[in-house]
Design a protein around this ligand. Structure first.
Ligand SMILES: Nc1nc2c(c(=O)[nH]1)N[C@H]1C(S)=C(S)[C@@H](COP(=O)(O)OP(=O)(O)OC[C@H]3O[C@@H](n4cnc5c(N)ncnc54)[C@H](O)[C@@H]3O)O[C@H]1N2
Ligand code: MOO
Ligand code: MG
Length: 422
């Protein structure tokens, strides 16, 4: 047996967990850069964010109405309203000029600072302001028709966020809630990790470009685009490279030329035992370090990985289903970790099988699944035909169903673990 044959047939199988931990050893996060907040969505914070002021930083009215002293209106009813003198108007964005004493009220708008002395705000609907002045807008007095208690409709200083509170942790992804916090605290620029650059090479002489007309025996390259979408969803920058033919030297030089320019290389195809499986050929003679070339999983058993010129190279199976699953299990956590995520491995959640799954497997199986909720339970079923070579059902997958190895298959309603795909 030559070394090439050895790599094809003498492979050592390792578990998904072992493969993941081998890859983790070589992950480092990308450099930190400062980007405008509006360009930071989906990125991960490179620093902890603390509150440098309380929120709100003034006593904030939650309604349009009158700021008054609660003690004044304890007996107020529609039949026996309490009359108070209006001392000023407080629109949002202004500060009160006067203190509210017993017998006085300040007209106030939602979001405006409550004046000193006032300890509650009565909603406009519970008042009658009379008489109107010449403009028809302002009144000198107001009748309060309902009792409201001390503190009502006022958010106290720091009622939402305390001074120096830890708001966001390094590594958290900037979504809508994070963006609102960052804007609140004046972060027009944010320190985030650079998006990991991921080059995607599909290999296979049968592959046509997307714009090409179909030819006998050939297919359009769909994996590169599927993987690029997965890379972007994981927080990376996908760089789709020209697909390569099954020519070992062409593959070697294209990969070598790209290694130094990116954080990760993904390839698809050419990892099995076929005569033209070029990645196997490359791993047999390259200067890098092969990390693994067989994983106890289906699909994607021949998934391989290497460290070459200090860069990770993840070689996924060409079959679309195996490529998709291999990405989710291995590339996604790598990209998330490179992008600064502290917890790149997704936690499994429990669901119940909606249909029986009759195929057993020597290796754990990762089935593309579709979930739905039913009477408070999460149910899951395979998303269409679950064959590695089938591409069309990938669009319906919102999770991977993890089915342990074994010969008997799985019954309807059996409890399974799933990994949501976000
Ligand atoms: N004798 C054996 N044959 C195969 C075995 C085996 O153990 N013994 N394993 C099978 C399994 S499992 C898989 S998975 C595939 C893995 O194949 P490769 O990773 O070597 O991929 P290719 O041979 O290049 O392609 C497989 C399949 O996928 C299509 N393909 C490839 N690239 C793309 C792309 N970019 N877009 C769309 N489709 C693509 C390709 O045309 C082939 O149909 O090997 C099995 N065989
Ligand atoms: O294991 Mo193959 O990798 O898809 O079925
Ligand atoms: Mg092959």
């Amino acid at each position: 047996m030559n070394s090439d044959t050895n790599l094809k047939f003498g492979r050592k199988v390792i578990s998904v967990e072992e493969a993941r931990s081998l890859l983790s050893e070589y992950v480092k996060h990308t450099e930190i850069e400062s980007v405008p907040l509006s360009a930071a969505f989906g990125r991960r914070l490179a620093e902890d964010i603390y509150a440098d002021h309380p929120v709100p930083h003034f006593r904030r009215s939650g309604v349009d109405g009158y700021a008054v002293c609660a003690a004044d209106i304890e007996q107020a009813t529609p039949e026996n309203p309490v009359e108070l003198r209006i001392i000023e108007q407080i629109p949002s964005g202004t500060v009160p000029k006067f203190k509210v004493y017993s017998g006085l009220a300040a007209r106030i708008m939602t979001g405006a600072p409550v004046p000193d002395g006032a300890d509650c705000v009565v909603m406009l609907e519970m008042t009658d302001a009379l008489p109107l002045d010449d403009t028809g807008l302002n009144s000198s007095h107001v009748n309060i028709k309902k009792h409201v208690s001390f503190g009502s409709n006022i958010t106290p200083i720091a009622g939402e966020i305390r001074m120096k509170e830890l708001l966001l942790e390094q590594g958290s992804q900037i979504g809508p809630g994070e963006a609102a916090i960052l804007a609140t605290f004046g972060y027009s620029f944010v320190s985030v990790y650079r998006k990991p650059k991921v080059a995607i090479f599909s290999t296979g002489s049968e592959l046509l470009n997307v714009e090409d007309a179909l030819q006998p025996g050939r297919i359009r390259n769909s994996n590169s685009y599927m993987l690029a979408a997965q890379v972007e969803a994981a927080g990376g920058e996908a760089i789709i490279m020209q697909a390569l033919s099954d020519d070992a030297e062409e593959v070697e030089s294209a990969l070598l030329e790209t290694l130094a320019k990116v954080d990760l290389i993904l390839t698809s195809g050419g990892v099995s035992v076929g005569d033209h499986d070029v990645l196997v050929d490359l791993f047999g003679r390259f200067t890098g370090k092969l990390l693994f070339n067989k994983v106890a999983m289906r699909p994607g058993t021949p998934t391989s990985a290497a460290l070459w010129e200090n860069r990770l190279l993840l070689a996924l199976s060409g079959n679309p289903g195996a490529s998709f699953v291999g990405f989710e299990l291995f590339a996604k956590p790598l990209i998330k970790a490179m992008a600064g995520c502290q917890t790149p491995f997704q936690e499994a959640i429990t669901a119940f099988l909606d249909v029986s799954y009759d195929k057993g497997s020597a290796y754990p199986r990762y089935v593309r699944g579709t979930t739905h909720a039913e009477t408070g339970c999460l149910r899951v079923r395979p998303a269409g035909i679950d064959k590695s070579s089938i591409m069309v059902s990938i669009k319906d997958a919102d999770c991977l169903i993890q089915l342990p190895a074994g010969g008997k298959g799985f019954a309807k309603d059996e409890r399974v673990l799933i990994y949501p795909i976000q």
